[in-house]
Write a protein that binds this ligand. Structure first.
Ligand code: 3HC
Ligand code: NAI
Length: 686
């Protein structure tokens, strides 16, 4: 029985223990059959990921599995709960496997930038067939045990009967003479795995696997299973495993695995902090964000009251939600019954009194402080004691909003990302007076609605939008200096983001950035070149995709950006007016100016304590902005590049770009300090 809380990771002690127990059982004449199972609620979460960086892997898992496979007594794995990665590989090396039908199993190593390295790529295809194994290994997605053909010798419908039925299975095995069935003896019928299977699979995943290193190695490992005997296949798997493990992507993705978990480790509360019960939610504003936010709660079975001042706006908002659900139903992602059930959880009101009894209100009205204040004053008057009052503002000061109520301790920012029903990120913004139980309730609620929450402090734009500002600023400045927008976009796309800054700007609407700049004139007044081309485009009626022209041109009904020479001409005119000299931009310069300035802002944010740790920023960027997970997030990327290099590049542009460089490229003190000390952002704790 394995017992290594919390997830039965197959750490060194477990491997040593398994070897000792198996050898003892093999040497004990009274033992006829060896059974491996777990005392925890899950079978095993796989190899201990935290050991990967230590290098202390002896005895390694393949050695343990080799001992099991070659044992001369039958070894039976009884999967009493989920088995992932090395956990499933352990079961595959056994001679028999038993599970219950709904149990979840999978090989998620690809999500860690590696591949199954303990025989999974060789044994799974032998048992379940190449096509299913290939998909499981390359996608990393878990499946139900009952859906995994050929792997289990016994599948029990009722989990409560797993142990009794397993005992009966073992008794029968002994009765039948203890036959040993080794996976290594199975030969794959090569006709089931023609080369087209692999080429088609490669084509099918090309888009989502763009930039990733390990999916291709996963495919190569499964290809080896088809052509090689198990021993040689395992050798090939080991080589590919090590190739992945040595790659920066493995470090980045493993960093991200722990970063995501660590985002939930918050020092503002502890186990004794109470949690408020959230049984119903009010949402103010049924626009783009309000509608998406409401869907999250309805999806989780929590009733919602939506408030708009005008009945038409309310009807419109609810109509958009219904259409969204209908689209999901058309794609087969939702049954008609689910659709109706979810809509039945959504109620509308045009009166504040309709919110008197809700446990949480999320405000998603126009981004104007006076409107927000009006809303919160009314909420303060109407909402019951103990209700949490939240704002979805993307930039405004939560403290100022809180202070217009008599209960600032109940006020918090819940910053969803658009589209709010899809994006996984939730920035939870704590105000100066927000109470610990409100923070804890918000963080836990996020899980319930399937979001990844990151706790941040108050500043303009919080973490995500504050850091995106220099990124966009540099893109715009380089356009002014003569860079082609498509060149800038291509470099960023190749780096791994879903799209470059200009495509993104056109999609969001150039007017949005314009209005933000208008409201922050005093912060940019010292730089007359700040986004001048974008400002001019907006003034010329080129607000982006929605009007068919922005930085790019668009054909009706098509989102493909078409480069427009007029924009280069506008940039040239504006540059001449301002005396900005044209500059040749290498790919490296584009990348550094966009990404390093974003990182530099992250360093300020860390030192100010707006983010508690650098990995929180990484989580925000991967889940909120599409930063490639194979780079681990911007701060991990900086750590990988080396902070000395990031610092040196900031200094270089500061010195090369004249007044502009002096205004925007001063390295953050924290970046300078860590670079000089040879440290990483990950080392920094406030
Ligand atoms: N190694 C080390 N730590 C692990 C771990 C692992 N494989 N899996 C989970 N943990 C840690 C988490 O970091 C978390 O730590 P924390 O409490 O400090 O935050 C703790 O265990 C609990 O994890 P969860 O909160 O995720 O627990 P859940 O019960 O929600 O989920 C799980 C359990 C489904 C097993 C989930 O943790 C999971 O998916 N783990 C990773 C599975 C995985 O990727 N396995 C492959 C490992 S690589 C491998 O096996 C290589 C092999 O091929 C050689
Ligand atoms: P929107 O304009 O689509 O929706 C706002 C809705 O609020 C409208 O339906 C309007 O009728 C309603 N409204 C305005 N004043 C009201 C009041 N006093 N009482 C009740 N309803 C009122 O705006 P959107 O995009 O949904 O933004 C809402 C908030 O979410 C803003 O604070 C914005 O900054 C924030 N946000 C927006 C994101 C986006 O990408 N659109 C992303 C994250 C946050």
């Amino acid at each position: 029985m394995m017992q290594n809380a919390p997830v039965n990771a197959l750490s060194k002690a477990v491997r040593v223990g398994l070897i000792a127990e198996i050898e003892a059982a093999l040497n004990n004449a009274n033992v006829k059959v060896i059974v491996i199972s777990s005392q925890l609620g899950l079978f095993s979460g796989g190899a201990d990921i935290s050991e990967f960086s230590s290098g202390n892997l002896q005895p390694n898992l393949p050695e343990v599995l080799d001992l099991i496979e070659n044992a001369n007594k039958p070894v039976v794995a009884v999967l009493n709960g989920p088995a992932f990665g090395g956990g499933l590989e352990l079961a595959l090396a056994c001679h028999y496997r038993i599970s219950f039908a709904d149990n979840k199993v999978g090989l998620p190593e690809v999500n860690l930038g590696i591949l199954p390295g303990a025989g999974g790529t060789q044994r799974l295809p032998r048992l379940t067939g190449v096509a299913q194994a290939l998909d499981m290994i390359v996608s990393g997605k878990p499946v139900k045990a009952a859906a995994l053909n050929g792997v289990f010798d016994l599948i029990v419908d009722d989990p409560a009967k797993l142990m009794s039925e397993s005992q009966a299975f073992v008794a029968q095995l002994i009765n039948d003479g203890c036959e040993i069935k080794r996976v290594k003896d199975i030969e794959i019928d090569t006709e089931t795995a023609p080369s087209e299977l692999f080429s088609q699979y490669r084509q099918g995943i090309a888009k989502q696997a763009r930039g990733f290193f390990s999916p291709e190695r996963c495919i190569q490992a499964v290809e080896a299973a088809v052509t090689l005997p198990l021993k040689d296949g395992l050798q090939k798997e080991a080589e590919l495993f090590m190739e992945c493990m040595r790659s920066p992507q493995a470090r980045a993705q493993q960093h991200f695995f722990f970063a995501e978990k660590a985002a939930g480790h918050v020092s503002d509360y502890d186990k004794s902090t109470p949690v408020r019960d959230i049984k119903s939610v009010g949402i103010i504003g049924a626009g783009t964000m309000g509608g998406g936010i409401a869907m999250n709660f309805a999806n989780a079975g929590i009733p919602v009251v939506m408030l708009e001042l005008k009945a038409e706006a309310l009807e419109k908002g609810l109509g958009v939600i219904r259409r969204n659900y209908e689209n999901s139903a058309k794609k087969g992602k939702l049954s008609q019954q689910d659709l109706e059930d979810r809509m039945a959880l959504l109620h509308g009101t045009t009166e504040y009194s309709g919110l008197a009894d809700v446990d949480l209100v999320i405000e998603a009205v126009f981004e104007k402080m006076d409107v927000k204040k009006q809303v919160f004053t009314q909420l303060d008057a109407i909402c019951k004691k103990g209700a949490i009052l939240a704002s979805n503002t993307s930039t405004l000061d939560i403290n100022e909003i809180a202070d217009c109520t008599s209960r600032p301790e109940d006020v918090i920012g819940l910053h969803f990302f658009s589209p709010a029903n899809v994006m996984k990120l939730l920035e939870v913004v704590k105000g100066e007076k927000t109470s610990a139980d409100v923070i804890k309730t918000s963080m836990q609620l996020a899980k319930k609605i399937r979001k990844v929450a990151v706790l941040v402090g108050v500043c303009f734009g919080f973490v995500g939008n504050r850091m995106i500002e220099p990124y966009g600023r540099e893109a715009n400045r380089m356009m002014l200096e003569g860079a082609d927008p498509e060149h800038v976009d291509r470099v960023i796309y190749d780096f791994g983001l879903p799209m470059g800054p200009f495509t993104m700007g056109d999609m969001a609407g150039l007017d949005i950035g314009y209005f933000v700049r208008q409201s922050r004139k005093e912060h940019i007044a010292h730089d007359p070149s700040y986004a001048v081309v974008a400002d001019r485009l907006v003034k010329d009626g080129r607000a982006g995709l929605k009007v068919g022209k922005g930085v790019y041109l668009y054909e009706a009904g098509n989102r493909k950006p078409i480069p427009d020479p007029t924009v280069a001409q506008i940039a040239k005119e504006e540059a001449e007016k301002l005396g900005v000299k044209p500059r040749k931009h290498s790919d490296e310069e584009i990348l550094e100016r966009c990404i390093f300035t974003l990182i530099n802002e992250g360093a300020h944010i860390l030192e100010e304590g707006i983010a508690a740790k650098s990995s929180d920023i990484d989580v925000i960027y991967v889940y909120g902005y599409g930063f490639p997970v194979f780079r681990g997030g911007p701060m991990q990327y900086a750590d990988e590049v080396g902070l000395d290099k990031v610092y040196a590049a900031m200094c270089k542009y500061r010195d090369e770009l004249g007044e502009y460089g002096k205004a925007w490229f001063e390295p953050a003190p924290l970046l300078k300090r860590l670079a000089e000390q040879g440290k990483r952002f990950a080392d920094f704790a406030k």
